[in-house]
Design a protein around this ligand. Structure first.
Ligand SMILES: O=C[C@H](O)COP(=O)(O)O
Length: 249
């Protein structure tokens, strides 16, 4: 059986006060269950998150990391630093990193390898733009993004990773992929990995991300190849995020 996972991506949001209130709400409201719950906070709040969530069932991580270990990389944050603050996960290859910060497949693959080597679980994001979908390139795009990492890291490494399908056109737009559209891509991703390693593919958690809300989560999560969600905007509201976690149960 695959692990159900709900991960919150807070993106560049929050203050010390809102983070404290959100974490208190999550800790107080999370019902015991089988779903793995993760929050991915901005770097400056990782210390606060670590203090608040230590001893709770909620895990935490970052939204990006350097592929380098240490040294003259102004403005970068290393995997060892994330580990110092108790991070267990790191989001890699988010479409906002790809589009706004020009992250390319080869760098994302390097980060993926480095994260695994450091003992963190990468949450690798893939997804197509609206233009790519409309021109029938969805499968080609997501498989190319996936294979760039598989080719460098090896299929076996996906035993220690999480994959997230996030159609760019559904992120922060309120336009959720229909369960059918999401399932179709999840199935293609899993089938591609299954051709390489049946055992790894059948155990890999593949999350859907893109305007997931409490009101649509259960239907999305009921699809055969959707194992949970990577949640942006709705992860900033404790009640909404907890309802999404409940939908994954
Ligand atoms: O990482 C999360 C995704 O970008 C989804 O964001 P959203 O739920 O605000 O659409």
């Amino acid at each position: 059986m695959r692990t159900a996972v709900v991960a919150g991506n807070w993106k560049m949001n929050g203050t010390k006060a809102t983070v404290a209130s959100l974490l208190r709400g999550l800790k107080a409201g999370l019902a015991p269950g089988r779903t793995q719950v993760i929050v991915c906070a901005p770097f400056p709040y990782l210390s606060q998150v670590s203090d608040e969530l230590s001893g709770s069932p909620i895990q935490w991580g970052a939204q990006n990391v350097s592929q380098h270990t240490a040294g003259a990389y102004t403005g970068e944050v290393s995997l060892e630093m994330l580990k110092d603050f108790g991070c267990t996960h790191v989001i890699l290859g988010h479409s906002e990193r790809r589009a706004l910060f020009s992250e390319q497949d080869d760098v994302i693959a390097d980060k993926f390898c480095a994260a695994l080597a450091a003992g963190l679980t990468p949450i690798l994001c893939v997804g197509e733009t609206l233009e790519q979908r409309e021109s029938g390139e969805t499968n080609t795009v997501v498989l190319q993004q996936l294979m760039a990492v598989v080719d460098k890291a090896g299929i076996a490494s996906f035993a220690g990773a999480i994959l997230a399908y996030e159609p760019v056109w559904a992120i922060g737009t309120g336009l959720t992929a229909t369960p059918g559209q999401a399932q179709e891509v999840h199935e293609i991703l899993r089938m591609c990995l299954r051709d390489l390693d049946e055992a790894v593919a059948s155990k890999l958690s593949i999350l859907y991300g893109g305007s997931v809300k409490a009101s649509n989560a259960a239907e999305l999560f009921s699809c055969a190849d959707i194992d949970g969600g990577l949640i942006g905007g709705a992860s900033l509201d404790a009640e909404e995020f907890l309802a999404i976690c409940q939908a994954a149960e």
